[in-house]
Design a protein around this ligand. Structure first.
Ligand SMILES: Cc1cc2nc3c(=O)[nH]c(=O)nc-3n(C[C@H](O)[C@H](O)[C@H](O)COP(=O)(O)OP(=O)(O)OC[C@H]3O[C@@H](n4cnc5c(N)ncnc54)[C@H](O)[C@@H]3O)c2cc1C
Length: 340
């Protein structure tokens, strides 16, 4: 059994990292637990090489560079970081009438006065192509993550999907891949208008092809993908296309896993929170992509704001005499500053 912390943060994505920074700034002890073996959540696991344009202070920043800066900021107060550990259970105990939580992972038990769930889209797995023998192709020409765009250099690539990720890769693999065909099962897209317009312009310029109402019917090859059969759900037309790589971007199957069994108020897989980021269980807060409330936006900017709200309210929960408002960091002795 580990020592008792004020705050245990589940998830070391951008939200959890910023929560750890804020806990340190408020003088609260905390720890971070994440089942991945690196910090950064989706940014590290799904799009380390992509640029992000909508984080304050950075006109343009690579996801992996943002994570580096966030980790440095988060870990300056030496919060213990437990990576490669999946949170499975939660026990609730009473410590002289005050709630105390024991966060149980697959390796250890972590007592804590409060818990902040920053589990993002949960323990996530990319949605696979709905084909019978698809598993044999993963890693042999079918990739649901692009970790290194250069691994597609000179390749004929089939992109499958109509969301942000598919459109982003259609743009980002330009000049890298030899040829890109993108197919989507309908003609509606779930992507930024600007990126859709960019892809349409690329198609008009003959630099790639986008086909709607087309789906993958079969994958062919020996040890590696050599081609696909695609079919049109409207015209029933079938076509064999020679490709070297297939990149399905079909979204994720995310699951809260064991966290869903903790008695939290959950709506369509997300945890309902109040404006204080508190869940229906006093002492358990949530922040970032895992939360829902009217007007919720799943973005890095909102996740880090929610992390600071959650931490400040957790601090107040632990010690009602502590103010919720943190004061301004620019005035804090902690950072070597003097008060105005
Ligand atoms: C391709 C792509 C591009 C994007 N581009 C942008 C963009 O340009 N701008 C923007 O603002 N947002 C963007 N986003 C969204 C952004 O990445 C998310 O809003 C952000 O990552 C949410 O951060 P988070 O910390 O709440 O969750 P996550 O990043 O999902 O991190 C959650 C962490 O919790 C861990 N975890 C989950 N369950 C457990 C468990 N049971 N035990 C232990 N650990 C657990 C996970 O391993 C993960 O590391 C993009 C997303 C994608 C997929």
């Amino acid at each position: 059994m580990q020592d008792v912390k004020d705050i245990t943060l589940i998830g070391a994505g951008p939200t959890g990292l910023f929560g750890a920074f804020y806990a340190g700034m408020r003088g609260a002890s905390c720890r971070l637990i994440d089942n991945l073996d690196q910090v950064g959540g989706q940014l590290t696991a799904l799009y380390p090489e992509k640029y992000i344009f909508d984080v304050a202070g950075f006109p343009k920043v690579l996801a992996k560079d943002l994570v580096k800066g966030m980790a440095e900021q988060a870990l300056q107060f030496k919060a213990p970081l437990h990576l490669g550990e999946k949170v499975l259970g939660l026990r609730r105990e009473s410590d002289n009438g005050r709630p105390r939580f024991i966060v149980v992972t697959d390796r250890d038990e972590y007592p804590s006065l409060t818990v902040i769930i920053a589990g993002g889209i949960g323990a996530f797995t990319p949605r696979k192509l709905p084909l019978k023998d698809v598993d044999r192709w993963y890693g042999r020409g079918v990739f649901d993550r692009v970790l290194d765009p250069q691994s597609f250099a000179g390749k004929r690539v089939l992109l499958v999907g109509g969301g942000d990720s598919a459109f982003d890769w259609a743009v980002n693999l330009q000049g890298v891949a030899h040829w890109i065909l993108m197919i989507h099962r309908r003609d509606g897209f779930r992507a930024h208008h600007a990126t859709v317009a960019q892809v349409q312009a690329l198609c008009a310029a003959g630099k790639m092809e986008l086909r709607t109402f087309w789906e993958v019917k079969a994958i062919h090859g020996g040890d590696w993908v050599e081609g696909v059969t695609i079919h049109n759900s409207k015209t029933k037309q079938e076509e064999h296309v020679a490709v070297d790589a297939v990149i399905p971007q079909l979204g994720f199957l995310s699951s809260l896993g064991a966290i869903a069994e903790w008695g939290l108020d959950i709506d369509k897989g997300d945890i309902k929170v109040a404006s204080t980021m508190e869940t229906n269980i006093p002492g358990i807060f949530a922040a970032g992509d895992i939360t829902t409330y009217p007007g919720k936006l799943k973005l890095i900017a909102t996740g880090v704001a929610e992390a600071s709200i959650a931490v400040n309210h957790a601090v107040h929960f632990i010690n009602p005499a502590a103010k919720v408002a943190p004061g301004h960091s620019s005035n804090m002795a902690l950072f070597g500053q003097s008060e105005d």
